[in-house]
Design a protein around this ligand. Sequence first.
Ligand SMILES: *[C@@H]1O[C@H](CO)[C@@H](O)[C@H](O)[C@H]1NC(C)=O
Ligand SMILES: *[C@@H]1O[C@H](CO)[C@@H](O)[C@H](O)[C@H]1NC(C)=O
Ligand SMILES: *[C@@H]1O[C@H](CO)[C@@H](O)[C@H](O)[C@H]1NC(C)=O
Ligand SMILES: *[C@@H]1O[C@H](CO)[C@@H](O)[C@H](O)[C@H]1NC(C)=O
Ligand SMILES: *[C@@H]1O[C@H](CO)[C@@H](O)[C@H](O)[C@H]1NC(C)=O
Ligand SMILES: *[C@@H]1O[C@H](CO)[C@@H](O)[C@H](O)[C@H]1NC(C)=O
Ligand SMILES: *[C@@H]1O[C@H](CO)[C@@H](O)[C@H](O)[C@H]1NC(C)=O
Ligand SMILES: *[C@@H]1O[C@H](CO)[C@@H](O)[C@H](O)[C@H]1NC(C)=O
Length: 759
Amino acid sequence: MATFQGILLIIQFSFVIIGVLIVSTTAAAPQALPNCPDKCGNLTVPYPFGMAEGCYRGNAFFVNCSQATDPPVAYLTKNGTVIITNISFAAGELQISTFIARDCYSSSALRTRRNSPVLRLPSPYTISDTKNKFIAVGCDTYAIFKGFRGTEQSITGCMSVCNSLESVDQNSCSGVGCCQTNIPSGLHNRTVTLDSYSNHSGIWDFNPCSFAFIVEETQFKFSGNTSFQQLNSTTRLPMILNWAIGDEPDPCDVAQKRQDFVCKQNSKCVNPTNRNGYICQCLEGYEGNPYHPDGCQDIDECKDPNLCNHGECKNLAGSYTCLCSKGYKLDSMNDKSCIKENPKNNSKMTLLLIISLSVSIDLLVLFVGISWICCGIKRRQYTKLKEKYFKENGGLLLLQQLASHGGTVETTKIFSTEELEKGTNNYHESRILGEGGYGTVYKGILPDDKVVAIKKSKGGAPTQSDQFVNEVIVLSQINHRNVVKLLGCCLETEVPLLVYEFITHGTLYEHIHKKRSSLSFELRMKIAVETAEALAYLHSSTSNPIIHRDVKAENILLDDAYTAKVSDFGASRLIPSGQTEIQTLVLGTFGYLDPEYLQSNQLTEKSDVYSFGVVLVELLTSKMALSKDSCLTSIFLSSMDEDCLNQILDDDIVNEGNIETVKNVASLAKRCLRVKGEERPTMKEVAMELEGMRITAKHPWGTNVGFCPEENEYLLGSLDSDAYVLDVRGGGGSSSGLTTGTGYDSMQIQMLMPYGDGR
Ligand SMILES: *[C@@H]1O[C@H](CO)[C@@H](O)[C@H](O)[C@H]1NC(C)=O
Ligand SMILES: *[C@@H]1O[C@H](CO)[C@@H](O)[C@H](O)[C@H]1NC(C)=O
Ligand SMILES: *[C@@H]1O[C@H](CO)[C@@H](O)[C@H](O)[C@H]1NC(C)=O
Ligand SMILES: *[C@@H]1O[C@H](CO)[C@@H](O)[C@H](O)[C@H]1NC(C)=O
Ligand SMILES: *[C@@H]1O[C@H](CO)[C@@H](O)[C@H](O)[C@H]1NC(C)=O
Ligand SMILES: *[C@@H]1O[C@H](CO)[C@@H](O)[C@H](O)[C@H]1NC(C)=O
Ligand SMILES: *[C@@H]1O[C@H](CO)[C@@H](O)[C@H](O)[C@H]1NC(C)=O
Ligand SMILES: *[C@@H]1O[C@H](CO)[C@@H](O)[C@H](O)[C@H]1NC(C)=O
């Protein structure tokens, strides 16, 4: 028995190794924008910083990489003299190298040299008060430090006097030979001035000079024996600056609603203390550049071979878990390691153990019986078996979490039936938000006054509860500002209940079809871009993409600021298996359904692209995707073919003078609606193109014309091939940089950020 287990362990380890080899090939996340240099010597220059036209966000983030020296030197801003040595995202910091002040005397007590370096920082840079200290070194020294926060001046300083080298503190900066003081926060310039009481007479032989500087605290250690000498040959020392997006108070909840908000996916907005503006940080479990269009990337924790002793590490979005080997179970204290199982406490696990042991013995017999050469098939079977265990563990995991954390699995909560009954007034009619073939959605108010949406599905008993739990874990980790957040679930009912964040402003469907004309074209573009970004995000994991499966106007919710929130994503995954297809049809989403699906019976990412194409057409025409007598997509496609698009467009949109953009969106929608999935663009491409169109839409140039051939024949053809290159950086956001050219197709619209002066 023990040997069997040993062999089994070896096999399992080999799987772990294979897993590690596969994941370790993923490429490093990009730091600079595409086609932009990202290195100046050893310094990595990540966006929003940049070294070439079009690569940085406003002049304040320009880095002048001077090749005049070897290695090259990076200067902050145009004409800047401040040398950048490190750029850090974690706290919005910058390490720079600045001149130190010195005051030197000759043996005859005459001043031979003095400098009082000035540092002036452009907005949004300020001197960090937490990472730096003001330090003066010398034995006849007083140092004065002046700085400005806005127009308010602060003066501080310190003095250091000693009469022999022996009296100097050897290892601490405590007032004899060295003094130090904290600096005020928010300073944007500073001047350091040094002076002496008696021209260093009497101490000149061991201390001819005084020194003073602001320095990164960890980068300077005073030592009486060496600091005097070392500073004599030092010209610059490192200092930490703070930076942020913007230089005025800008609370995250306000910034988030604006169109120029810069924190990309898997990142969060943070308002640093004692600082204006905001910064972006990757969410826990993610790494990379939160300002880069690609956003932060999931960290594959499983690359660390020390995780999950006695089990296999399984990477999740933003986290990981362990698939424990037989005889071990997930530690409910941290759910991140495997501990030895106590069989007496868990009859279910004992049963599982017995089953798994007998199965593994069978497997071993097969392994021994058949040669190693054809082990590929066995490996697959074995992997399947392990997946089954994983599902099993997933269910236990959620329950264990309930026991050990009083109900919370990170952000996912397991709700009790009572709680939800109370919150919905016993599922009272007045609380119904929506109803359909899928079930009913209720508005609930939790004991802490939080408003939630509770989804009660129709359908029989769940057949694969473990898979369900798994999905809940995965989906609850999805964190995107355009995706409705799953808060938790309730497992105590026959069909599990799902609890979502409550979105206040209704569905896109209601806005288009019931309160018509309330949405401007600009808002429609915003909604389209945000929806596309959310779907691209769901698809972004190449190994385990989440397919929405039911993209439609009813599943796009809007909040007070008209931020689009995609809901019900993967919801059909949360319906007991076998019911998915029925569900889709019951939902009545035929108008949105990928035609390829009817042949293959398989929903893919490209099915979402198709459905999104229908939503785009809906946004352009304000017509329902499916009405009694007609199908919107076929009407749309035939008007496109006949160049009579204007006949079905929403008049309110056409009148806004954005014909060219409308036309571009229409042709993108047409590409999304291609019959063959593989010919459709990916959601990411769609999102990027829409974003480009949205930027150009803000600068309308098109003349207000319809474009049926009989009306404006002379325009045809020429507009088709125009490309619009936007360049409004640095010019205070004026639209004068807008130029038109020919010879490119619409894929090549260059997107340059329309930001002004780095605010
Ligand atoms: C650059 O990196 C190399 C090797 O990593 C190192 O030797 C060198 O000191 C670094 N230069 C600077 C300016 O940091
Ligand atoms: C970059 O720095 C160098 C050296 O200080 C200077 O000569 C050059 O003009 C600067 N370039 C820009 C664009 O500011
Ligand atoms: C940089 O220097 C140029 C010419 O020396 C000057 O015209 C320009 O105003 C300076 N820019 C800044 C930001 O100081
Ligand atoms: C740059 O800063 C990061 C984060 O503060 C630090 O981990 C890294 O070691 C620094 N690099 C250098 C060359 O100082
Ligand atoms: C520092 O800034 C203040 C206020 O903006 C200004 O009055 C002062 O002249 C500046 N000092 C230096 C040395 O640039
Ligand atoms: C220090 O030197 C200055 C000239 O550099 C002189 O005017 C002054 O009298 C000297 N003071 C002392 C205390 O020696
Ligand atoms: C400093 O130097 C003195 C003699 O110059 C020596 O006795 C002492 O050990 C040194 N202290 C340290 C900390 O190096
Ligand atoms: C300080 O440096 C200067 C040259 O930079 C040198 O002439 C002088 O001897 C040095 N003094 C000491 C005490 O090392």
